[in-house]
Design a protein around this ligand. Structure first.
Ligand SMILES: Nc1ncnc2c1ncn2[C@@H]1O[C@H](COP(=O)(O)OP(=O)(O)OP(=O)(O)O)[C@@H](O)[C@H]1O
Ligand SMILES: [Mg+2]
Length: 579
């Protein structure tokens, strides 16, 4: 049986370690419960046998009261142990979930490109929830159930060795039966889980791309695909449910059979006076009692197999390491940055070069206008400087130091990027601007908001900085970009990369952006990825990119006046032709 005990044990050990006290309490509760469950049938036996041998009534009353008290105590113990084990489960799974989230947030873009958010939700929440059911009680349950079986058999052996042996055989038979059939539902459950992951991924992607879907009138097709995914999930879940029901039904059949057997086998010894009525009833009670631990042990093992996929995926996620080295400790000097690309080549996937032997050099405080057709690699250049990816060949230096020699933090604290599509959180305006950093004072935020020209927009907000932004709704592309500018201004970076939105903006917003850019470039080295000629007017240098190659690089003024240059040609024909 390929049960991932070891993997599970390692994970459990790590996340249960802070809960030693509760675990000890739980163990005591469970052990007491076992003791009571084994002792109770003996009290019944005593009661019945006493009735038939006519001992005094006091003793009978005492036995009856003891039986009731124990039964009640058992229930109380169960309530307390459920309470403690739930607490354990929540606590430990919460820490597991946050560790997974932190780790995923830290992973490279290469990883995240391959895993869509819906997928990640299934990892971070779904898989963890899968484990939570038995995270707190698996080992304890296994232990107590084994102890319960052993206890019952010992109790019977005290009565008669042959009875004990008979039960031992019964336990083995039942174990073998359940073991043989245990897998019958597992693979169906696994399939159901995979289907549900697919469904989640699809829902997430559809919601994310809603605007595009509508624009294409593709809603109907998406619904069709959705029905397809949900039907697959339904079918898989339904099938696994059927198998599980069959399995449970068989268990009840075994219990009924064992009762019959106890009574049938009990007739001769009872008739010949070898066994008392009380013993017979006790054996009957034990027969019912012992099947549950057997069931429990196997269903735990089964659960664990089910969770195997989750454990596997959780471990895999934890073992996925950042590909970007982050061992550098150079510190950025307090001055505008000079940047140089030396023969840099980069590919996202093998044999698919996106940047090819690119070289250029930008002095501190200068502005580079980067242009090129769509897909030529402009955004990629920005990502390389920001170290979202590492290039394969050549070198990028900041102030003459290779960028891999800085820590990722150092780079990201000093370089800011305004992306083409600004991502907004479903959170307040303040949180969207500060990225949940509580230390930035409101006055500062508002000052910058006014400075970038968002005064009109801001003054209309019903609750000021506390107004909730419904992610990407309610803000135009231009306003979103301006908000991104606010983020950058607050960071006060030495180097700014601005990836202009390729969508058209209304003239008023465009003017605001122009003004914001004017402020942004003061005292900083800047790369502007331009989609409009107007933006290029401030550039000191121009780099034209085509298919990942730098096809022209030089001072803007010189290129403008050189009738053989591509830039000159571009100015004549207009950007639209090229882009
Ligand atoms: N994450 C990625 N994984 C694989 N390939 C990518 C990835 N991002 C971009 N590419 C590819 O790299 C090439 C350059 O893309 P990039 O986004 O840098 O172009 P761009 O010049 O910014 O285009 P645009 O003007 O449309 O913004 C394209 O062929 C694109 O398909
Ligand atoms: Mg781009």
């Amino acid at each position: 049986m390929n049960v991932p005990f070891r993997k599970y044990w390692l994970l459990q050990k790590k996340y249960m370690a802070p809960y030693k006290r509760q675990i000890v309490m739980l163990t005591i509760l469970l052990l007491s419960n076992i003791f009571l469950r084994i002792i109770n049938p003996r009290i019944i036996k005593f009661y019945i046998d006493s009735v038939s041998t006519e001992t005094g009534t006091t003793l009978l009353y005492q036995a009856a009261i003891l039986f009731l008290t124990i039964a009640l105590a058992q229930q109380v113990l169960v309530v307390f142990s459920v309470f403690i084990s739930q607490n354990l489960a929540w606590g430990s799974t919460n820490s597991l979930r946050s560790d997974l989230f932190r780790h995923s947030m830290d992973l490279d873009m290469t990883f995240h490109n391959k895993h869509n958010p819906g997928n990640m939700i299934e990892h971070i929440d779904g898989d963890v929830n899968n484990l939570s059911n038995f995270f707190s009680k698996f080992t304890l349950d296994l232990l107590t159930n084994v102890l319960l079986i052993i206890g019952v058999i010992i109790s019977l052996m005290i009565e008669s060795i042959s009875l004990g042996l008979l039960f031992l055989i019964y336990v083995f038979d039942a174990l073998i039966f359940v073991y043989l059939f245990r897998d019958i539902a597992v693979k169906h459950w696994r399939k159901a889980r995979d289907k549900s992951t697919e469904l989640f991924g699809f829902i997430e992607e559809s919601m994310g791309g809603l605007e595009d879907l509508r624009a294409q009138g593709a809603n109907k097709n998406v619904m069709r695909k959705f029905h397809h995914h949900s039907k697959e999930e339904y079918d898989a879940t339904y099938t696994s449910f059927l198998y599980t029901t069959f399995f449970i039904f068989s268990i009840w059949a075994i219990i009924a059979l064992s009762y019959c057997l106890v009574f049938l086998a009990g007739i001769p010894p009872f008739l010949y006076g070898k066994m008392s009525m009380g013993t017979l009833v006790m054996v009957y009670m034990y027969a019912g009692l012992i099947i549950w631990p057997i069931m429990n042990i196997l269903s735990q093992v089964q659960d664990l197999q089910l969770a195997d996929a989750s454990i596997e995926r959780i471990n895999e996620l934890f073992q996925t390491e950042k590909k970007l080295e982050d061992s550098g400790n150079e510190v950025m000097e307090e001055k505008p940055i000079q940047i140089e690309f030396k023969d840099v080549s980069f590919e996202y996937s093998e044999n698919n070069p996106v940047i090819k032997n690119l070289s250029f050099d930008l002095e501190p405080n200068k502005i580079l206008g980067l242009i090129g057709p769509t897909g030529s690699g402009k955004t990629t250049i920005a990502r390389l400087i920001f170290r979202l990816y590492d290039y394969q060949n050549g070198e990028i230096t900041l102030n003459g130091i290779g960028i891999k020699k800085f820590s990722l933090n150092e780079i990201r604290n000093n370089v800011a990027m305004v992306t083409q599509k600004v991502e907004l959180f479903n959170a307040s305006v303040r949180e969207n601007i500060t990225f949940f950093d509580k230390k930035v004072p409101d006055e500062k935020i508002i000052e910058v908001l006014y400075n970038v020209g968002l005064k009109n927009w801001f003054d209309k907000l019903p609750e000021g900085l506390d107004t909730k932004i419904q992610s990407n709704e309610g803000l135009s592309a231009g306003e979103a970009q301006l908000l991104a500018f606010v983020r950058v201004f607050l960071k006060e970076p030495k180097f700014v990369i601005m990836d202009e939105a390729s969508s058209r903006l209304d003239p008023a917003t465009e003017r605001l952006i122009e003004k914001a850019v004017d402020r942004l470039i003061i005292g900083r080295t800047v790369i502007i990825i331009a989609h409009r000629l107007a933006t290029l007017e401030r550039a000191d240098n121009i780099l034209i990119l085509e298919n990942g190659e730098g096809v022209e690089y030089g001072e803007r003024v010189k290129l403008e006046n050189d009738s053989n240059s591509r830039f000159y040609e571009l100015l004549q024909t207009g950007m639209e032709d090229m882009l």
